[in-house]
Design a protein around this ligand. Structure first.
Ligand code: GAL
Length: 422
């Protein structure tokens, strides 16, 4: 895996060396804000940096932890208000519309036309990258959240069969408890709890329900019995968490799976990036499966980059930066490292690992069937204010502050409050 990855990076660098014009030193500093701070993420941002520097652009970055984007967003807003926006920033989901609606972003239509983004980026992602019909963000990947990540040894000790149904999953968690390991590893943040919730909800209710209830906020989809089933399942899962979950980050939870102290984690494909960084091999050291009953769905979270009109960088540098992010080579190499599928559907699968190849196949087929749907947890389903009110209900419930019935009531209220008809 690592050798393949190094080879891919080397090929990328050689290709840029073969183009002397592109190598001309522009003496231009590119300031980039992002939140890729875990081991795997750090390796991935280095891939982007190498590609950008190979085009003669000086890279400076500022890393601010904040995968749920609220904390990161505050730092970015402060920089913009202080009149010091970066040239570019990582961004996900509806946060793009927030910035675009304020008139802060560079319109990317010309580059999009030239590189035919309309043709190669899944429609679900385009609807977030575009605002008012114009491209304002360049998507570099398509992560998905509805995954189970198993420790390989423990998985084999439990029989080595992927859990196909909810009952299968529960019985594996129960077996793990008897083995005296943490059955289900999770971290402290509301976005992580919501990520678990969305897999449970999509599995229990199916794609149509997920789309209507959470993407369209359609009150007629909010069947009380179904919502109760979903929260009951969340309560069942709560029994398999350890007491210390409220004190750790998502990647510390991944470490528990890596070390064999926990059986599995329900997390986005960035976990694959962590495993790969540490030299672990899928199908051997770890295993990835879709969350039961979500096998035909891809709950996506696409990392994108937006450029600020008032940020540093001349037009040529901006163009080169975006063009590079959207190239097939960069999208291959950065996502072999990140664990995501590329944002482009036409990047060859060959150099990706087992989980990466599955992610790419799933992304392509669900895109065709329109079951590639935005992740609630990662803000790809709703605007920030809706996302955070959903976070509050789910986290309160997971921490046991409210019971299943109260959670159903509050979730319905939240969705109805924000539905188009209200
Ligand atoms: C998301 C981001 C992913 C991954 C994850 C965990 O917000 O889009 O790429 O980094 O956070 O940090």
């Amino acid at each position: 895996m690592k050798a393949t990855y190094r080879r891919a990076v080397l090929i990328g660098l050689l290709m840029s060396l073969a183009c002397p014009l592109v190598m001309a030193d522009r003496q231009e500093d590119v300031t980039v804000f992002h939140w890729w701070v875990s081991d795997g993420e750090h390796a991935s941002i280095e891939v982007i940096q190498r590609y950008i520097e190979a085009r003669g652009i000086h890279w400076r970055d500022r890393a601010i932890a904040g995968s749920g984007t609220a904390r990161f967003g505050d730092v970015l807003k402060a920089a913009v208000e202080a009149g010091e926006p970066p040239m570019a920033s990582q961004v996900i989901g509806y946060d793009i519309h927030y910035w675009a609606s304020r008139g802060e972003l560079v319109n990317l239509d010309d580059i999009a036309r030239e590189q035919e983004w309309d043709e190669v980026v899944p429609y679900g992602i385009q609807s977030l990258s575009k605002y008012d019909g114009h491209w304002y963000a360049a998507p570099i990947n398509t992560h998905s959240t509805n995954w189970l990540w198993f420790n390989g040894n423990l998985f084999r000790r439990l029989g080595g069969v992927a859990p196909d149904t909810w009952e299968d999953l529960l019985s594996m968690l129960e077996e793990a408890r008897k083995m005296d390991i943490v059955p289900l590893a999770i971290g402290q943040e509301a976005w992580e709890h919501t990520l678990l919730f969305e897999a449970v909800a999509a599995g229990a209710g199916g794609a149509e329900f997920y789309r209507k209830a959470f993407l369209e906020l359609d009150p007629t989809a909010l069947d009380e019995e179904l919502l109760l089933t979903i929260f009951r399942r969340m309560s069942q899962l709560r029994e398999y968490l350890d007491e210390d979950f409220s004190g750790r980050t998502w990647n510390e939870a991944t470490q528990l799976v890596l070390s064999g102290d926990a059986l599995l984690q329900v997390q986005g494909s960035w976990v694959d990036g962590e495993f790969s960084y540490h030299g672990y091999i899928p199908g051997q050291d770890y295993a990835c499966f879709r969350f039961p009953d979500t096998q035909g769905m891809f709950l996506f979270n696409s990392d994108q980059y937006m450029l600020f009109k008032d940020g540093p960088g001349n037009d040529e540098t901006r163009r080169e930066f975006v063009h590079t992010l959207m190239s097939i080579d960069l999208q291959r190499d950065v996502n072999i490292s990140s664990g995501a599928a590329p944002a482009r559907v036409d990047v060859p699968r060959d150099d990706f690992n087992l989980c990466g190849r599955q992610a790419i196949s799933n992304m392509r087929s669900t895109n065709m069937r329109r079951t590639l749907m935005g992740s609630i947890a990662m803000g790809n389903a709703n605007p920030p204010e809706v996302k955070t009110s959903i976070y509050r209900v789910i986290s309160d419930h997971l921490y046991g502050r409210i019971d299943d019935e109260e959670a159903v009531y509050r979730l319905r209220e939240t969705i109805m409050k924000h539905s188009a008809g209200s």
